[in-house]
Ligand binder design. Structure first.
Ligand code: 5AD
Ligand code: SF4
Length: 420
């Protein structure tokens, strides 16, 4: 979501004559687009901000802006704490970058005149094959650990016409894969619902693959499952954050489903779409999590056998309900539980990847692998990365092309294959 917000800020600035540079020393304007989902992201930003101070000393006319969720969360305090910051813009105010060239604009834009769902912004995309498209903004769920509803505001869905136009424009430019983005994509509610939107995107000529993140387990409808099953372009992969295997903890997290509900959804998905890959997010050490609750999460991982997970130790976010819950867990315990989760999942991911050995997969080719130019990488329908090894006779490749590849090696987080 943040990377795509950066693409929009780049698009606006490019339209105003700015040119991007990789070297901050050459820059007249530096924008930090920040994330505050966990403390680590925040710490990284504040240490980077400290480093830029030297640059500002040497070049006083350098403009420094802080955008994104930390901007929204810390607002005025950033300007007080870090006087060399010129502008602060929340994630609902990224369009304000277009005013940055004008004098006399407010130094802080965190809630005034927020971006509405049907505002169209120019987007500067780097990849010519795959594109992200926002279909909705914000979140209404208030999971008790999460800062997103406070930083990105209430749920707003874009009109389907605007989304379809954007995707048609991308197809005309040669893009072949789109990823529909939203904090809860499957809660999309505009002039169409999410399955209807997917069906309309499926009809766009030139688009070969459709992905979407992130789905909320509480809103997986039978219609959505049918669309993934029946439409070839809609990829057989769903990212479905479980967070915990304990229904008691899920309730404290305010997730609005129990473990049994989640399992029913997984069973239905696998019954209707046997090849589907399911990935997830897990939080270790939520307040009041007992050894038994943690054991239930490990049991869930063994039972479900996700294709992959992102796991995090619980991070206190000021202002959220969980921050003041009793039973906060010591860091060392959180970390040891996280390690257990990751170790178990590593074995499962590796086993699942090994099961693909010798199979033939349809790979959509991406950009050349920087470490080894003889290898080109792509992804399976199920979103697994495959490094494709080319031999002398078939060295040419076209990013965006779909090839049949035989899997010859399976690692924990990637596969290797040759063209069949
Ligand atoms: N601590 C740890 N992980 C968190 N996530 C969100 N908020 C927190 C937090 N306070 C994780 C969730 C979510 C993912 C994007 O980030 O697992 O699904
Ligand atoms: Fe955060 Fe929950 Fe909304 Fe996801 S659904 S963004 S975890 S509040």
């Amino acid at each position: 979501m943040n990377v795509h917000d950066s693409e929009k800020m780049s698009g606006i600035l490019k339209g105003q004559g700015y040119i991007e540079t990789d070297n901050p020393r050459d820059a007249d304007l530096v924008i930090f687009n920040t994330c505050s989902i966990r403390q680590k992201a925040e710490q990284k930003f504040y240490s980077e901000l400290g480093r830029i101070k030297e640059l500002k000393k040497r070049k006083p006319e350098l403009t420094i802006a802080v955008a994104g969720c930390i901007a929204q969360q810390d607002g005025q305090n950033i300007l007080k704490r870090v006087p060399y910051v010129d502008y602060v813009m929340g994630p609902q105010n990224i369009h304000k970058v277009r005013d940055i060239l004008k004098s006399g604009i407010s130094r802080i834009s965190i809630d005034d005149n927020p971006l509405i769902a049907d505002t169209e912004l120019p987007v500067e995309r780097k990849d010519g094959v795959r594109a992200w498209i926002n279909i909705m903004y914000g979140c209404n769920n208030f999971c008790s650990y999460c800062i997103v509803p406070y930083t990105r505001g209430r749920e707003r869905s874009r009109p389907s016409g605007a989304i379809l136009n954007e995707i048609k424009g991308l197809a005309d430019k040669g893009y072949v894969e789109v990823t529909l983005l939203g904090q809860n994509v499957n809660s999309y509610a505009s002039d169409a619902d999410f399955p209807e939107l997917l069906k309309a995107v499926d009809k766009i000529e030139g688009i070969k693959r459709i992905r979407f993140v992130t789905s909320n387990p509480k809103d997986i409808s039978d219609n959505l499952i049918a669309v993934i099953r029946d439409r070839d372009k809609v990829c057989e992969h769903i990212h479905l954050p479980l967070q915990s295997g304990s229904t008691r903890i899920l309730s404290l997290m305010n997730r609005k489903y129990g473990y049994d509900d989640y399992m029913r959804t997984v069973d239905k998905l696998r019954k209707e779409i046997p090849a589907i890959a399911i990935t997830s997010d897990i939080i270790a050490g939520f307040p009041d999590e007992t050894v038994e609750d943690h054991r239930l999460t490990l049991k869930a991982l063994r039972e479900i056998e996700f294709d992959g997970i992102f796991a995090f130790h619980y991070s206190v976010r000021a202002g959220t309900r969980a921050a003041t819950m009793p039973g906060q867990i010591e860091d060392s315990i959180k970390l040891s539980r996280l390690n257990e989760i990751l170790e178990l999942q590593n074995d499962i991911s590796e086993r699942k990847n090994k099961a693909l050995l010798n199979s033939v997969q349809k790979i959509l080719l991406e950009m050349p692998n920087e470490k080894d130019l003889a290898k080109i990488s792509g992804r399976t329908q199920t979103n697994k990365i495959v490094n494709v090894i080319f031999n002398e006779t078939n060295k040419t490749f076209n990013p965006g092309e779909i090839l049949c590849v035989r899997i010859i090696k399976a690692n924990r987080h990637s596969l290797e294959g040759t063209i069949t």
